[in-house]
Design a protein around this ligand. Structure first.
Ligand SMILES: [Cu+2]
Length: 621
């Protein structure tokens, strides 16, 4: 028996023990992760003596190098990769269309493994995991530790950071303090670009947290906000700036996020969630999209509906997407395709299309518990909700994928990355990490939409994340398929390296096309709905014409568990274009109404000859 199967046997044994004293059999087998021993937590009492003594003991245990002054602990040495770790999927690169993208490592150690990731308008990424995973590689300042409500001894402090602010340009870190457990939680940005973050585990499952966009800000938390626990829920911003939260483990309902300090009296039933719960769920983190008519598209497991949150009624059910499960732990990728506001008849809405790709067979999680890893789903299904008889149009991806991320790039193409070709979500339940991202071009004809790009060298499966950055590169982080930070004796050590992927559009030979927005020309008051918006840009070498230029605006999402909540891209009509040499003035029509683009900060890109500029942060209200 290898050390990894020993570990698995131990985890299973703990699971069975918990099952034995549990009333809710199958759910508890699944949610096996409770405090298992005191050593899951760092029993720090805050005294200076212990502060001096304790780190030494931990380093001896971990074989780690000494902590640095910043609170960052060095990454323990990794052993030689196991056979499973070497079994990766790298697709042949399709470079017929030119450069296939490139990878760089931004940081060898982000301190906290990025289970959740969001890019904020002050130029930093926020990464966090959970207090349940125990010690991270970064300490909180000694005078700012977190009281651990689950410790046996009252007053026990947890001094490990579970959240960081990450400077994606330099790799610099600032620890943030989360008082309640953010495990498998949800989030979205408010109209001012502040992160409103919801749910989690145990003392955090009814919490609403707020992190403002600033270099010194830290979390404010309101632990008793929801009527029901929201663990693995999805949060969606609404046109009026409020948020709706769907589901969560054993929560077959939705709620609106209450004002800070307020508590919801009760939640509102949402039967689709109960109806689509398998023995291993397969419907957590439902896919939710705000449609141009103000309704919500909600997808859970293999079913989907259009829901009017204003009346509380399901107005339409779409055909079932047969063939497997698509939500956690069957974890497919999903996004709404770009909303193209060009060439619409006056007052008309664009037709919203939603895509769901990959996922797992409904049996995958159960089999994963027995070290059997099923091939994942290869199908990529698209539905046009603008059609009365909407049906799923299914294509095959080059490789099946579970736990992938799906990002909408500034050009309107989509990027699939991270994830695995076998198994399902869950700790240790997947094999064959896919190192190749795939570019999906929704406007290309069927049969020519998938293009494998340059592969990473880093396996990122469960609890990995990615985000589009203002400079049109992609930040790729996280990955931890272990119940704690674990760097030895496991097939896939906890991943704390952070990478940046430059898609093909940033290749050197295209830089001459790349527009540079004149930031000073961008109206300081932002955009208003249904008006004109004018600013300037220049190109370094190549001249561009009206027809070469598109303007897109991207709502930065909150990403976790392979799903980017609130992600949306709009293509704006260019209403005016004039050139003075290679300096251009551009006027666009702004979105007509908040149903198209909820109030908030967007990344506005000029895409010239298919190369996106660096974005300007623009507020729409
Ligand atoms: Cu999780």
């Amino acid at each position: 028996m290898g050390s990894s199967s020993l570990l698995r046997a131990a985890v299973l044994a703990v699971a069975l023990l918990l099952l034995a004293d549990s009333g809710e059999a199958f759910f508890d087998l699944f949610s096996i992760f409770r405090p298992r021993s005191d050593s899951d937590y760092f029993p720090f009492d805050g005294s200076p003596e212990q502060a001096k003594r304790k780190p030494k003991i931990e380093q001896e245990e971990d074989g780690a190098a000494p902590a640095t002054a910043t609170g960052l602990t060095k990454v323990p040495l990794l052993g030689a990769p196991s056979k499973a770790a070497l079994d990766t999927i790298v697709l042949p690169v399709d470079d017929s269309a030119g450069h296939a993208g490139s990878w760089t490592i931004v940081s060898e150690n982000s301190g906290v493994s990025a289970m959740h990731l969001a890019v904020m308008r002050h130029g930093k990424a926020i990464m966090f995991d959970t207090s349940t995973t125990g010690r991270s590689l970064m300490r909180l300042p000694m005078n700012n530790c977190r009281a651990d409500p689950r410790a046996k001894r009252e007053g026990t402090m947890d001094c490990w950071a579970h959240a960081v602010e990450f400077d994606y340009s330099t790799g610099a870190l600032r620890s943030l303090k989360t008082a309640t457990d953010t495990w498998c939680s949800s989030g979205a940005f408010d109209a001012d670009g502040n992160l409103i973050q919801t749910g989690g585990y145990f003392e955090g499952d009814k919490a609403v947290r707020r992190l403002d966009a600033c270099d010194t800000c830290d979390w404010r938390e309101y632990p008793n906000s929801f009527a029901e626990g929201r663990w693995y829920a999805t949060q969606q911003v609404l046109p009026d700036g409020r948020f709706i939260v769907f589901g969560g483990r054993r929560a077959f309902s939705y709620e609106f996020v209450p004002q800070p300090g307020m508590t919801n009296g009760q939640s509102i039933k949402f039967p689709l969630l109960r109806e689509t719960t398998d023995d291993v769920e397969n419907n957590l983190y439902p896919f939710v999209n705000l449609l141009p008519d103000g309704n919500l598209f909600v997808f859970a497991n293999d079913r989907s509906v259009v829901f009017d949150h204003r009346t509380g009624k399901v107005v339409r059910e779409l055909p079932k997407l047969a063939g497997g499960g698509r939500n956690h732990p069957a974890s497919a990728m999903s996004a709404m395709l770009p909303l193209d506001l060009r060439n619409l008849t006056r007052g008309a809405d664009p037709e919203p299309e939603v895509i769901v790709c990959g996922g797992a067979l409904k049996t995958a999680f159960r089999l994963g518990e027995n070290n059997t890893y099923q091939p994942t789903l290869r199908d990529c299904a698209r539905i046009n909700l603008g059609k009365i008889d909407a049906v799923w149009a299914v294509e095959a991806m080059p490789v099946g994928r579970v736990m992938g991320d799906l990002l909408v790039l500034p050009t309107g193409d989509l990027l699939m990355l991270n994830g695995a070709a076998k198994g399902s979500s869950g700790w240790g339940f997947a094999r064959q990490p896919i190192l190749s991202p795939i570019l999906y071009s929704p406007r290309h004809p069927e049969g020519s939409r998938f293009r494998p790009l340059a592969a990473s060298t880093v396996a990122r499966m469960y609890h990995s994340t990615s985000a589009v950055l203002p400079d049109a590169t992609v930040l790729v982080a996280g990955g931890n398929t272990n119940a704690a930070y674990n760097f030895s004796g496991v097939d896939f050590p906890t991943e704390v390296r952070v990478e940046r992927f430059a898609p093909p559009y940033l290749s050197r030979e295209l830089t001459g096309n790349r527009a540079v927005i004149d930031v000073a020309s961008v109206p300081a008051g932002g955009m208003r709905y249904g008006t004109k918006f004018t600013f300037r840009f220049h190109t370094p070498v190549a001249a561009v014409e009206w027809g070469d230029v598109r303007v897109t605006m991207y709502a930065p999402p909150f990403t976790t568990h392979g799903y980017s909540m609130n992600q949306r891209l709009l293509v704006l009509p260019v209403a005016g274009f004039s050139a003075q040499g290679q300096m251009y003035e551009l006027t666009v029509d702004t979105p007509r109404k908040p149903e198209l683009a909820p109030p908030g900060y967007y990344l506005v890109y000029v895409v010239s000859k298919d190369v996106p500029s660096e974005a300007a942060w623009v507020k729409i209200q």
